[in-house]
Design a binder for this molecule. Structure first.
Ligand SMILES: [Zn+2]
Length: 251
């Protein structure tokens, strides 16, 4: 098989779909439990993450340098982030020093790898061929696109003793109640949500889509309900702030 990225017939590496360096941030030596969304399948223990014959050595090096290094360093710093409280049980992180473009490119690189990976647990996780091609060209040019090109937001699950980071959940595709199609990728205690439909999202996630030249904002949550609550509260806060700024702008 040719390399999935450059399509040359070079020997293929064991390419990690989610970089091993990120898995290992949370590795305490006992491996990970892979759980499936198919309740008939038993959880199984995996120790080296998910890898498949995917990329040639040159492309593997390109992904490592251009995307995985930044992603790993970003998530490795999570221990010292200071949460900002929005309301009961709802907090977020405002990471002004982070590079939203590099972070988005990293998440999109995982999205592309998961979509082109042929074997389990990715065989059902498939974007449209034109979406795979568009992603590959964005990655090749290191262009994260506009906010709503594969709009990407990241959520952090609060550590509430459930050891979420020890559970490996394969990426999934789903539709929300408004029929917008999303991909969800779990990285340790984080969930990345990417809009993979042609429909734009409702404004509710607006402050959290990764946007070049904006601070990276990450919602912390222990339940989906809290995400919705927190995002609404923050959106209102930003609306009020924008109105205030506009009314005080110098002529
Ligand atoms: Zn290649």
């Amino acid at each position: 098989m040719p390399c999935a990225f450059c399509e040359n017939d070079n020997p293929l590496c064991d390419s990690h779909i989610i970089p091993l360096g990120i898995w290992r941030l949370k590795d305490t030596g006992s491996g990970f439990l892979e759980v499936s969304t198919d309740s008939h399948l038993k959880p199984k223990r995996i120790n080296k993450g998910w890898y498949q014959k995917l990329l040639c050595a040159d492309c593997e090096g390109f992904f490592g340098r251009e995307f995985d290094e930044y992603g790993r360093n970003f998530f490795a710093g999570a221990g010292v982030w200071k949460p900002i409280t929005l309301g009961p049980g709802a907090t977020y992180f405002d990471l002004a020093g982070a590079d939203a473009s590099k972070l988005k490119l990293f998440v999109l690189s995982v999205l592309w790898r998961a979509s082109v990976a042929p074997d389990e647990p990715f065989s059902e996780f498939k974007l449209l061929p034109e979406q795979e091609r568009k992603l590959a060209s964005m990655l090749l040019c290191r262009q994260p696109g506009e906010t709503f090109d594969f709009a990407t937001a990241i959520f952090k699950y609060a550590d509430d003793g459930r050891n979420l980071h020890k559970i490996a959940v394969a990426p999934r595709l789903f539709r929300d109640s408004g029929c917008v199609r999303y991909a969800e990728i779990h990285l340790n205690e984080f969930a990345c949500r990417i809009n993979v439909s042609n429909q734009k999202d409702k404004a509710r996630f607006d402050p959290f889509w990764l946007t070049a030249s904006e601070p990276v904002r990450i919602m912390q949550t222990s339940a989906e309900k809290k995400i919705a609550f927190g995002v609404r509260a923050l959106a209102d806060q930003y609306k009020r702030f924008s109105a205030f700024r506009a009314s005080h702008a110098k002529p």
